[in-house]
Design a protein around this ligand. Structure first.
Ligand SMILES: Nc1nc2c(ncn2[C@@H]2O[C@H](COP(=O)(O)OP(=O)(O)O)[C@@H](O)[C@H]2O)c(=O)[nH]1
Ligand SMILES: [Mg+2]
Length: 339
């Protein structure tokens, strides 16, 4: 039994005052339907919940003080909550923060709501450089919750960039061994979101009359055109990386180990990165490393060196021991996705 529900029961049993009646409401509404929105920063989770909700959403958006601020002014730090009624039924919408440094909320959501979540809605921004990576990342992070409910993948920002297509997402999901409905949905468009709700809760939400977006349940009939996700880092990447809290140095090299750009004048580090660049083909050709996109090394002083491997470039990022490696890594990866 989840902790939250346990408290509800104790309080409901103990008193009749107003406050506790409110808490009991949680118990009465056990038939409510719960949907959890997850996905990267900027995909449209907060917007979708606001578009669908009958009331002002309870949002924990705060000014983005980190690298996310380059993309948008505010970011969800804890949880978004909205709800809507259809007939006598209530649908509760929970939005998870996109950033790893608030990912403790992912665990709270996965643990506390796991048993009765109707669907995980994974929102993916089609304008990111490598949406396939986002798909794989979130499917893995929310694996248990997805297994206990169902996965709906909602692709946003397709007005800005129509590829990858639904067929690509289906192929990638198949490769991950996950079955899911996939649709294009603009988080600002109520009709399109109703279509999404219909997929998640077909008995509760009727299909909108006119399907307004391409949508597909089934795997594609034929293989989609190849879609090469490759990231070419911009010249400005080093400046951006250096703005991440805890980062003390950054170096860009080519796969031959030649230094293209460097934020610090430490020849030993540059030489070391060149050396690692030379080793990467060996990593990649060993079958168990064939998807390695980053390598992490720790110095004797406790500093972290994370090496991000792309086809044409290698980015070395040095970060202080006190900085969360996971958070630094995700912020660099977001920069790579946005470049
Ligand atoms: N062009 C376009 N903008 C969208 C779409 N979906 C969401 N947005 C916008 O994307 C921005 C980021 O959305 P937000 O809800 O804050 O993303 P979150 O970080 O996932 O909560 C907002 O300005 C939305 O209006 C879409 O399909 N197309
Ligand atoms: Mg948000």
């Amino acid at each position: 039994m989840s902790y939250i529900r346990h408290i509800n029961m104790l309080q409901c049993a103990s008193s009749e005052n107003n406050h506790l009646t409110l808490v009991c409401d949680g118990l009465d509404s056990m038939g409510d339907h719960k949907l959890i929105f997850v996905g990267p920063v900027g995909a449209g989770k907060t917007t979708a919940i606001a578009t669908l909700s009958d009331h002002d959403i309870i949002s924990t958006d705060a000014k983005a003080t980190d690298i996310t601020g380059q993309r948008k002014a505010t970011t969800t730090v804890a949880l978004d909550y909205g709800s809507l009624k259809t007939g006598s039924q209530k649908i509760k919408l929970y939005g998870a923060p996109g950033q790893i440094r608030f990912s403790f909320m992912w665990d709270v959501l996965a643990n506390e709501l796991a048993a009765d979540t109707a669907a995980v809605i994974l929102m993916l921004d089609n304008t990111r450089n490598a949406p396939q990576r986002d798909l794989a990342f979130y499917v893995k992070e929310f694996k248990t919750l997805i297994e206990d409910s169902q996965l709906i993948v909602a692709i946003t920002h397709t007005d800005e960039k129509p590829t990858p297509t639904l067929a690509h997402y289906h192929t990638w999901l198949e490769q991950l061994g996950v079955s899911a409905s996939v649709l294009f949905a603009d988080a600002r468009d109520h009709e399109q979101l109703l279509q999404l709700l219909h997929k998640a809760l077909p008995e509760v939400v009727a299909a909108p009359n006119v399907p307004v977006t391409p949508t597909s349940h089934d795997a594609p009939q034929s293989a989609p055109a190849p879609y090469q996700e490759s990231i070419k880092m911009k010249d400005t990447i080093l400046n951006d990386v250096m703005k991440i809290r805890g980062v003390t140095g950054a170096i860009l090299a080519n796969p031959m180990g030649d230094i293209l750009n460097s934020s610090n004048e430490d020849p030993a580090l540059e030489e070391y990165l060149g050396y690692i660049a030379g080793m990467i083909p060996a990593f990649q050709s060993a079958s168990s490393f064939d998807t390695a996109r980053s390598i992490h090394l720790k110095s004797q002083q406790g500093e972290n060196l994370t090496v991000f491997i792309e086809q044409e470039q290698i980015l070395g990022v040095l970060s202080a021991q006190r900085a969360s490696l996971r958070s630094v890594k995700q912020q660099v990866e977001d920069l790579l996705q946005w470049s």
